[in-house]
Design a protein around this ligand. Structure first.
Ligand SMILES: Cc1cc2nc3c(=O)[nH]c(=O)nc-3n(C[C@H](O)[C@H](O)[C@H](O)COP(=O)(O)OP(=O)(O)OC[C@H]3O[C@@H](n4cnc5c(N)ncnc54)[C@H](O)[C@@H]3O)c2cc1C
Length: 207
């Protein structure tokens, strides 16, 4: 799950990030030193993302202050990698209160210094460890952004592009999950077929 989502985040960054963003984040994501996530779901919002409550307030330096809570975030927090680059859907101040008002932000767990080294924590906190049925080993959690008003994010594309950019990641994740489903179904069929053949041999009344 972790490398899969990281690949999705890298693809969005490659296609829609600024040159500075790409230079800062991509090399370490490609080597696997840093991983990525996609953050859509909130305690109040699943399928119907238009109701999303996470907000983004533009700052003078072009960054945004992010505030909100996301849940069910796959690989949301862990120590497998030194930094985690979250791709977060949020509503920029003044944007429409529907799905067209969403934007996509790059929000690192740790800020990155100009020389590429890790800086201070970016006010992204794991507030609850969660479990997803069927994938118990997946590091899944609830994340609070900006409890202290210090969570910085950088926009990908323009304000209002959020859903179309997020679908670049989601489509890839869907294809990955679909492949896993087909693979599991295939293995289940092979095991069932083998078992059915052996069972006939073992059953005295069918001989
Ligand atoms: C394995 C797994 C990994 C996940 N990883 C992530 C992740 O990394 N990041 C992330 O942000 N989220 C993640 N999620 C959460 C996922 O995005 C949500 O579960 C999904 O968006 C559905 O939301 P929900 O669970 O709240 O269901 P709901 O939105 O409550 O939907 C429940 C049911 O109601 C139906 N429904 C909902 N609204 C309507 C409507 N208006 N009309 C008709 N039917 C409707 C749905 O089709 C569904 O059948 C993950 C979920 C799973 C299972």
């Amino acid at each position: 799950m972790t490398p899969g989502l990281s690949a999705g985040a890298m693809n969005v960054l490659t296609e829609f990030g600024t040159e500075e963003m790409k230079k800062t984040y991509l090399p370490k994501m490609i080597t696997g030193e840093w991983s990525g996530t996609m953050c859509l779901t909130e305690p109040n919002v699943g399928t119907f993302l238009g109701d999303l409550r996470t907000t983004a307030k533009k700052q003078d330096d072009g960054s945004y202050l992010i505030t909100g809570t996301k849940m069910f975030i796959t690989s949301g927090d862990h120590d497998l990698t030194k930094n985690i680059i979250h791709m977060v859907l949020a509503r920029a101040e003044g944007s429409p209160k529907d799905i067209k008002g969403l934007s996509l932000f790059l929000v690192p767990k740790f800020r990155v210094n100009p020389d590429g080294s890790l800086g201070e924590p970016n006010d992204v906190v794991c507030s609850k460890i969660e479990e997803k049925m069927g994938i118990h080993a997946s590091a899944t959690c609830m994340l609070n952004y900006g409890d202290k008003g210090q969570c910085k994010g950088w926009i990908l594309g323009n304000e209002g592009d959020g859903i179309s950019l997020m679908f670049h990641m989601m489509n890839e994740a869907r294809i990955g999950v679909g492949m896993q489903g087909v693979a599991l179904g295939g293995v289940a069929y092979q095991l069932a077929k083998q078992y059915a053949k052996e069972r006939i041999k073992a059953c005295t009344c069918c001989r």
